[in-house]
Design a protein around this ligand. Structure first.
Ligand code: NAI
Length: 412
């Protein structure tokens, strides 16, 4: 167990936007009790005031941590976004102030995969149209166009966290899985890798998209790709709205080349629940439309709370920055008994390590472990030393030009 140079009671943790209570619980269990928990998002003046002496900040997606806010935070050492995205934080500014930002990118993988699987079953059975008709008082009792998913071919574009999870559960229900990815991915189970997207399109009964939004994936499914698919195919997009060209999809739904679709994401989405959803797609009974809720489950919220709070606690307790989105990543072991860990965050300039080493050797310190990682403009060097008295050393390290932050932790 490590001891922080600043005791845990003094480390001010600010949790905003009603992050899941498990996050607060995790901090308290670890001995942090200077926790300020708020349901909402303060305006920028109140936020600055709240963060003026805060060390750790936890937010969701609505709190904007911009350059101005970061500059005004004198003590902030880490930020956790209790969600998937990190766009709400100025990552470069945070990094330039020596502040790592952590998120939970894969906590809702299973939630998305389950929704997609349900949609495959519903689309194969023609449930959306039958359900819509029943709501209008029509009774369509017929097996026409209704199929089991067993033995059908599922095509997955993007075999990452969600794509591969979907592959496993779809195969367990008897589907034959084919996938395409730009990276060399290990197939799961009996899933078969396709060399090209076109090859995949022509083969499958239902296509599900699980790629990120990149210049390469923008409109990657348009008229040509939809026409490449077998007549009567199904399309699912729970990835990002700009991956599918909606006008082209509408055309292929109109001419019934594409028999049905499920869309959770759109090129333009309402910015709040109060704004209307406007799309020509609403005219199609055979299209399942969901409001970007693929990953929105209570289980995912719990996973996010656990994952982000653990990353923040770990960084605070031992300096590990594994999976930080804007920072050199190091996974550090526990600090040895009677040892001290000195962490130096600096601008990544030539000769910096030499200057840091010089301070250590001047103090005659025996370095037992050294970790160094750089990323872009930032360097993070961690030294474990056989000594507990490091105040003078810390001050000298702070005075090296280009130093952003120095932290010290003592082994238990
Ligand atoms: P991931 O990063 O684990 O996997 C993405 C995969 O796509 C990688 O294997 C990558 O190599 C592949 N890829 C990238 N560019 C490609 C291209 N041009 N062609 C083929 N493959 C390509 O990401 P993850 O977690 O599986 O998420 C996938 C998508 O799902 C992302 O767009 C993400 O934003 C979205 N998502 C949607 C949610 C929702 O609520 N609907 C919730 C969570 C994620």
């Amino acid at each position: 167990m490590s001891k922080l140079s600043l005791s845990k009671e003094k480390i001010k943790v600010v949790l905003l936007e009603g992050v899941h209570p498990l996050a607060e619980e995790a901090f308290r269990k670890d001995g942090y009790n200077n926790i300020h928990y708020f349901k909402g998002t303060p305006d920028s003046v109140a936020l600055k005031e709240l963060l003026s002496d805060a060390h750790i900040l936890g937010i969701r997606s609505r709190t904007h941590v911009n350059q101005d806010i970061i500059k005004s935070c004198k003590k902030l050492m880490a930020i956790g976004t209790f969600c998937i995205g990190t766009n709400q934080v100025n990552l470069t500014e945070a990094r330039n102030h020596g502040i790592p930002v952590f998120n939970a990118p894969f906590s809702n993988t299973r939630s998305v995969a389950e929704l997609v699987l349900a949609e495959i079953i519903f689309l194969m059975r023609g449930i959306p149209q039958k359900n819509a008709a029943a709501h209008r008082g029509q009774w369509i009792k017929s097996a026409d166009g209704s199929f089991e998913i067993r033995g059908k071919k599922l095509g997955i574009v993007g075999f990452g966290h969600i794509g591969s999870q979907l592959s496993v559960i779809a195969e367990s229900l008897g589907m034959k899985v084919y996938f395409y990815d730009i990276e060399n991915k290990l197939p799961m189970g009996n899933a078969k890798h396709m060399e090209t997207l076109n090859e995949l399109l022509a083969k499958v009964d239902v296509l599900s998209l699980h790629v990120p939004s990149t210049p390469q994936t923008k409109n990657m499914i348009g008229k040509a790709q939809l026409q490449q698919m077998k007549p009567g195919s199904l399309l699912i997009n729970a990835a990002r709205g700009d991956v599918v060209n909606i006008e082209d999809l509408i055309e292929q739904l109109d001419n019934e080349h594409i028999k049905g679709a499920a869309l959770d994401v759109f090129p333009e989405e309402p910015s709040s629940n109060k704004d209307p959803f406007i799309s020509e797609l609403i005219k199609f009974d055979q299209v399942i439309i969901t409001p970007h809720i693929g990953g929105s489950t209570l289980e995912a919220q719990v996973n996010i709370a656990k994952e982000v709070s653990q990353k923040l606690i770990k960084y605070s307790n031992n300096g590990s920055t594994s999976s930080a989105v804007n920072f050199p990543q190091v996974s550090l072991p526990e600090i040895g008994e009677k040892q001290t860990r000195v962490m130096h965050i600096h601008q990544n300039k030539p000769g910096m390590l030499e200057k840091v080493n010089h301070v250590f050797s001047k103090h005659g310190m025996n370095i037992t472990a050294l970790h160094l990682q750089t990323e872009g403009e930032i360097g993070y060097v961690i030294m474990d030393v056989d000594c507990t008295e490091v105040d003078e050393l810390k001050n000298e390290l702070k005075s090296i030009d280009g130093t952003l932050r120095v932290r010290v932790l003592h082994g238990g």
